[in-house]
Design a protein around this ligand. Sequence first.
Ligand SMILES: Cc1ncc(COP(=O)(O)OP(=O)(O)O)c(N)n1
Ligand SMILES: Cc1nc(C(=O)O)sc1CCOP(=O)(O)O
Ligand SMILES: [Mg+2]
Length: 219
Amino acid sequence: MSDTAGTARGRLADARLYLCTDARGRQGDLAEFLDAVLAGGVDIVQLRDKGLEAAEELALLEVFADACARHGKLLAVNDRADVAHAARADVLHLGQGDLPVPAARAILGDDVLIGRSTHAEAEAAAAAVQDGVDYFCTGPCWPTPTKPGRPAPGLDLVRYTAGLGTDRPWFAIGGIDLANLDQVLDAGARGVVVVRAITEADDPGAAAADLAKRLREAR
Ligand SMILES: Cc1ncc(COP(=O)(O)OP(=O)(O)O)c(N)n1
Ligand SMILES: Cc1nc(C(=O)O)sc1CCOP(=O)(O)O
Ligand SMILES: [Mg+2]
């Protein structure tokens, strides 16, 4: 058995399906939504809501943390190391323009996992070896209204990242859904991050289950 089995890093190594979601329109049924998608097979869930005040974000994160604890899944915070620390999150996700990784590490110590966004070959190659980075994401695979204005390097960046042969966990992101998931897998990804494919589904739990099943079949 590996020395990370059962730890957050061990669970990250096994993770295939990562959900970013806001809480808009879900005030009443947020816990129900989270229970459904986590039971469906989401391995990591990130509260991503660029408009929240820190105090509002922290309050919502209590709901996320309780759900992740019920299902033994990882809780991620976007952008803010102070909020990740206060929420006792498992993961902080940082983009290229966010806090530098060493600065986040200085706040969070070694136990919190840190993820990094990458949008170009040089960024992916750097994230694959940078100290303090636990995983990284490459994308967008397709232009997406969830991240307007972000140019899409497409599946070429997924193919490039797969070719790095890194042992570090990484995920493809941007425009991914069940209909195009096989293209992402064929390009070499083994894990994906989605927003709309789950949040906009009629049945988010079933959408998570379909994605998770296909990802597990591809292992
Ligand atoms: C898991 C995951 N991957 C990528 C992102 C995007 O991060 P970033 O580029 O910093 O953009 P914002 O999400 O902060 O707008 C993410 N949040 N999570
Ligand atoms: C939040 C985010 N980051 C991206 C990146 O490329 O770093 S793409 C993206 C949005 C992904 O949303 P959807 O699954 O709805 O297309
Ligand atoms: Mg960010």
